[in-house]
Design a protein around this ligand. Structure first.
Ligand SMILES: [Zn+2]
Length: 57
């Protein structure tokens, strides 16, 4: 399982969605409904953790 963070474009709510890794492609085509307002105008939020600069190994 992987946790993806989504943000609703309609109301701005951020929420997490747990899906198996293989479901990720489907999520991109069919975004989950917002738990706040129920709309599907959601997009995957960019995680702060993925924005870290490459560490100097
Ligand atoms: Zn919403």
């Amino acid at each position: 399982m992987a946790v993806y963070e989504f943000q609703c474009r309609a109301c701005g709510q951020r929420f997490e969605v747990k899906v198996p890794m293989r479901e990720h492609e489907r999520l991109k085509q069919e975004p989950p409904a917002c738990p706040g307002c129920g709309k599907r105008e959601t997009e995957q939020a960019v995680s702060l953790f993925s924005c870290k600069p490459a560490s100097s190994f």
